[in-house]
Write a protein that binds this ligand. Structure first.
Ligand code: ADP
Ligand code: MG
Length: 231
């Protein structure tokens, strides 16, 4: 689905990602893990095209997207939910979702009913300002907005961060639905081990901008966790 080949990324002089190579499998949830500051968000932004790529390849569905704009990537059905959600707090829930629809390559004009089935709370809050929602509801809105483009690949950057447990559980159920029922590929940046274990199929661990471990999620053992994830 997505082959990331030897990508390097820099912030000015600072070399942030080092020869990263990852294979993301279709219809599976791949977890990107590792401590704070190791480059997980940088990787997500690079896949989405929010940071220009200096060298390396991003082969998505057989096409090298490395030099495409983020809009172009969205039109190829890549969806992105940034860390910290970044919904429009002055706009209503419905307006936030309609902004997602603008990126829909099939010209969809109405929010699909399915999205309200996945996030019933949003349907009750369509006229509320995004900024009046709880953190968990904003996260759900951010995911719902990304689903409005009808993604085939969805990148979620720490969706469970700072969110109450019942909403984390609902988000987990949505991830399971997307991968198992809709065959959507999910890249999940995640630091919470139980959540990654429950909803992930594969993992890649980054340390200082390099891949240091990767496997099927059931092989994510305590030694690896101790070495690369505990503080
Ligand atoms: N906009 C930026 N400018 C300069 N350095 C940055 C910027 N964003 C992140 N960094 C640095 O790049 C490294 C990786 O950051 P990031 O990708 O956000 O890590 P993670 O998501 O794993 O916490 C960190 O050392 C961070 O300080
Ligand atoms: Mg991050």
């Amino acid at each position: 689905m997505l082959k990331i080949e030897k990508i390097n990324q820099y912030y000015e002089q600072s070399h942030t990602l080092w020869d990263l190579t990852l294979d993301i499998k279709k219809g599976k949830c791949t977890c990107i893990m590792g401590r704070n500051g190791v480059g997980k968000t940088t990787l997500g932004k690079t896949i989405m095209g929010l940071l220009p790529l200096k060298d390396g390849k991003l082969i998505y569905d057989g096409v090298d997207i490395a030099n495409m704009s983020s809009d172009k990537r969205a039109s190829l059905a890549i969806g992105y939910v940034p860390q910290g959600r970044e919904i429009f707090s002055q706009l209503t829930v419905l307006e936030n979702l309609e902004i997602g629809l603008l990126g829909n390559r099939n010209g969809l004009k109405k929010v699909p009913q399915k999205i309200y089935e996945l996030f019933p709370v949003l349907k009750e809050m369509l006229k509320r300002k995004g900024g009046d929602l709880s953190g968990g509801q904003q996260q759900q809105l951010a995911i719902a907005r990304a689903l409005c483009i009808e993604p085939k690949l969805l990148i979620l950057d720490e969706p469970s961060e700072g969110i109450q447990p019942n909403i984390v559980q609902q988000i987990g159920e949505v991830i399971d639905y997307l991968t198992k029922e809709e065959n959507i590929t999910v890249i999940l940046v995640e630091q919470k081990l139980p959540f990654a274990r429950r909803h992930g199929d594969y993992f890649f661990i980054l340390d200082r901008g390099a891949v240091v471990a990767s496997d099927e999620i059931e092989n994510l053992n305590d030694d690896i966790v101790k070495k690369y994830m505990s503080v």
